[in-house]
Design a protein around this ligand. Structure first.
Ligand SMILES: Nc1nc2c(ncn2[C@@H]2O[C@H](COP(=O)(O)OP(=O)(O)OP(=O)(O)O)[C@@H](O)[C@H]2O)c(=O)[nH]1
Ligand SMILES: [Mg+2]
Length: 342
């Protein structure tokens, strides 16, 4: 009968779906990186069973979350975001922090190649026990990617990461999204290239809580210092936000690890200012409401766009708009009425 006893002690290897929400949440709270990674994968899945489990895990993790600084980092491709995050992340873990790095990049399909690219640029950080790096999910539209990122923030915070760095490209809409989920929004710039050259729109400058002129090394150092003064002057001309904060400008070299502490000081000073004015919590609440509103808008749009009735009507409606028999506003109102009254 020994073999019966042996069989009764045999536990099959657990597969992802076999963890309960409580097991996930307990593991994540204990800092289990494997379970954290698996939970994020669940959030990225479109399978209804995965989504349900992910929602349960998130619900359990939400009360443990929130104790972090969330920093959005943007700038045109090549400005040095990944290199900067490697340097900043290493500096922060050195101060005893736990750093999670997330990416929002809906423009890239994030093939193995670019993940590899990021990993090589974040070589020492990815090997750091106090850092957790997660590239942008490969699938889907901006709405999907940012929804996953918000969930990822909650899970990482529940796992004890007290600094969340979110890299995003400074072209397109993703930075507006990242701004709406961050406590501090950092814009990385280069010296010696005009604003237009850097593809940075005035809107992004206005969104920034701070600017860092990167690659301030070698021959570039002088130019970077001049650019710093120029940017500081330009930012003073913008109306301050509702907190009265005027975004500071620093120079840094991600590759030489210089000025990184000064950039981080901007972030901590900004947080101190928010806390002293009682605005930090209010901002966090606003982030939560942004999340809800974004989900609501995305779900409505998805339901609308996948509606067979609407899809059947759409070509005729477009034709009517083009031949002048229907105004765009009339067409939109009629379609929405049809959709609601279905
Ligand atoms: N000289 C110098 N080069 C840098 C610095 N930071 C980054 N680089 C270089 O700039 C190039 C681009 O750096 P990345 O960190 O990949 O830039 P990125 O903004 O993350 O680029 P994307 O992810 O493609 O948008 C790399 O060759 C880096 O080595 C710096 O401080 N000084
Ligand atoms: Mg990068």
């Amino acid at each position: 009968m020994e073999w019966v006893y042996f069989l009764s002690t045999f536990k099959p290897l657990k597969k992802q779906d076999n963890y309960s929400a409580t097991e996930f949440a307990t593991g994540i709270a204990a800092g289990n990186r494997m379970l954290l990674g698996k939970a994020i994968t669940l959030c990225e899945s479109t399978l209804p069973t995965h989504r349900k489990l992910a929602a349960d895990v998130l619900k359990l993790c939400l009360p443990l979350a929130g104790k972090s600084i969330r920093v959005g980092i943007t700038g045109v491709p090549g400005v040095g975001k990944s290199t900067f995050i490697e340097s900043l992340g290493t500096y922060l873990t050195g101060l005893g922090h736990k750093v999670a790095v997330l990416a929002v990049d809906p423009s890239s399909t994030r093939t193995g190649g670019s993940i590899l690219g990021d990993k090589t640029r974040m070589e020492s950080l990815s090997a750091n026990a106090n850092a957790f790096i997660r590239p942008s999910p490969s699938s889907g539209n901006l709405g999907g990617v940012t929804a996953r990122t918000r969930e990822c923030i909650i899970l990482c915070e529940a796992a004890g990461y007290d600094i969340i760095l979110i890299e995003t490209v400074g072209v397109g809409q993703s930075e507006t999204e990242v701004k709406s989920m961050a406590d501090f929004f950092l814009l990385l710039m280069l010296a010696g290239a005009g604003d237009e050259l850097q593809g940075i729109k005035r809107g992004i400058m206005e969104m920034a809580d701070g600017v860092a002129i990167n690659k301030a090394d070698g021959d570039n150092l002088g130019k970077a210092r001049i650019a710093r003064a120029d940017f500081a002057r330009a930012l003073h001309l913008f109306p301050p936000d509702d907190t009265g904060w005027i975004p500071p400008v620093e120079v840094c070299s991600a590759i030489e690890h210089k000025g990184i502490d000064a950039v981080w000081n901007m972030v901590t000073n900004h947080k101190k200012m928010l806390v002293s004015k009682g605005l930090f919590e209010r901002r966090r609440n606003q982030q939560l409401i942004n999340w809800f509103e974004k989900l609501l808008a995305d779900s409505l749009l998805t339901a609308f766009e996948s509606d067979t009735f609407i899809n059947k009507k759409l070509p005729k409606i477009k034709e009517a708009i083009l031949n002048g028999s229907l105004l765009p506003a009339e067409a939109a109102n009629a379609l929405i009425k049809n959709f609601i009254n279905k």
